[in-house]
Design a protein. Sequence first.
Length: 389
Amino acid sequence: MNIPELLRFLSERIAPSNEEGYRYIFSFRNPSHYQEILHELQLKVPGLDPFLRQQLHPSALMQGLACSLLSADLPLRFRRMIRVEEDAQVRVHGLPVHEKQINPGIPWGVRRIRAPEAWAHTTGLHVRIGVVDTGVDFNHPDLKYCLARGVNLLSRYQWPYDDNGHGTHIAGTIAAAGGSEGITGVAPRAMLYPVKAFDNNGAAYVSDIIRGIDWCVQNGMQIINMSFGMKKKSSSMEEVVDRATQAGVVIVASAGNDKKKRSIDYPAKLPQTISVGATNRERRTAAFSNVGPYIDIYAPGDQIRSSWLGGKHRRMNGTSMATSHVSGAIALLLAKRPGLTPAEIKALIRGTARPLSLLEDKKKLHAGELDAYRLIRRQTNAGVSRKKS
């Protein structure tokens, strides 16, 4: 394959920065071609527009790259070597709730999963969680002890500041430690790495998610929180999710808010992830939540109080909110048992779940509600038994 020729072809069709163009993901059938294109991009190839280097976004996990082109009509000689996928849009799974005064303390969802009872055994100390979302409010008092810099994929030279609110809300539920003036999250001593892949409207592209997962794997994240979804399956995203899971990273994904009974959004629908549906205060599935056989676990997602922009707090609904409870619970677990694999963690999450309300049809749900205390106690008891033997 003539890589310099391919780069020149792309250079002629790259969309100017002031034009959206058509977004595509290219993955190479032969991994050596990906390594070759990285090498060529580092060289000053004659006739290659320097602007191209800024517009091509490589992914080591995918062994491919993404870019915006004015046209993606690749000649046959290239198509034999490259898989082309449209770069689809993805949206966060949070629904705003209008409310008045919000009191500080431990939110009902954190209490429901019995996280405070687990804190005698673990608080998630030093567990590294990548939050692929809209960024985070670095000045929020609730989050001042749990934030690392992370990365802004939309503007690599800027910090991943939140200009939407969704990412800050997710961060608060996972690891807030606001004391008497704020809220406390599920794993208040975990470390969050915000990965800003979503814009101020809560929208991103598959290629942004791929780069986010790539960054998380390269920077040693143990958990990736993915509170977003899309209706259509992406082969590129599935490949990257699979490779990240093989690398030992636990991926927790929200099921979606479309009230579907037998289907959920991607990437939660992928078997490698832990898929999360939402429950309400009555221990029933939330009215908005997707449910059914693809759900691995349910968690509180209705009227969830958490951190918000400007040092404030807000209630939100969504499987996004449920997912952040699960990521926090896994952080509690990994602080005790750092060697557990993603498959083992999924089995433990499912195996320690509590049954939902008797009003629910168990045969259709296939899963129970998260119980962080039972999750940690099972591991604590297992450790004691091993020592005795």
